[in-house]
Design a protein around this ligand. Structure first.
Ligand SMILES: [Zn+2]
Length: 156
């Protein structure tokens, strides 16, 4: 199944989930639908050419740069001097290196652990702690929809 179908099914699952919870605010329903659509891409992070991985790769590169820049310049925008530039480069390449080493050597098999009920629960718990119950429910619905669409649901 291609990523567009996964996103669409994730959106539908998340909207159904928040409607069941009693949400009637249009903006909230749209937001939760978008979260469900993104969450539906997460299980295929175990696949190098998946849309989720492409987004995460680019997102992580941006995140690494902003983290490296922020660690040398603080929260303000600064024009770094030469010493700061070398510090930013060091942190940036260290973060990107760890990320790519992880996916090179520790990536789970395709449709392995990421396509399980256990992974859905872990994902939901993480979402709950970082973003709260509503977003976690939308995320779980989107994540779960991926396995339903793949017709590949395992417990662990
Ligand atoms: Zn999949």
């Amino acid at each position: 199944m291609n990523w567009r179908s996964h996103v669409l099914i994730g959106i539908i699952f998340a909207i159904i989930a928040v409607l069941i919870l009693g949400t009637r605010d249009t903006i909230t329903i749209i937001l939760f639908g978008a979260i469900g659509g993104l969450a539906a891409l997460v299980p295929d992070l175990d696949h190098d050419t998946s849309k989720g991985r492409q987004l995460l790769d680019m997102g992580f590169i941006g995140f690494s740069f902003l983290s490296a820049y922020g660690s040398k310049c603080g929260s303000v925008v600064c024009l770094p001097n030469l010493e700061q530039v070398s510090g930013i480069a060091t942190i940036f390449f260290a973060l990107v290196g760890v990320y790519f080493v992880f996916f090179k050597f520790f990536k789970p098999n395709h449709r392995g652990i990421t396509h399980t009920i256990l992974a859905t629960i872990v994902f939901g718990v993480l979402m709950y702690f970082f973003a709260g119950l509503g977003i976690a429910v939308a995320g779980i619905a989107g994540y779960f929809s991926h396995m339903v669409a793949d017709q590949h649901i395992k417990l662990i």
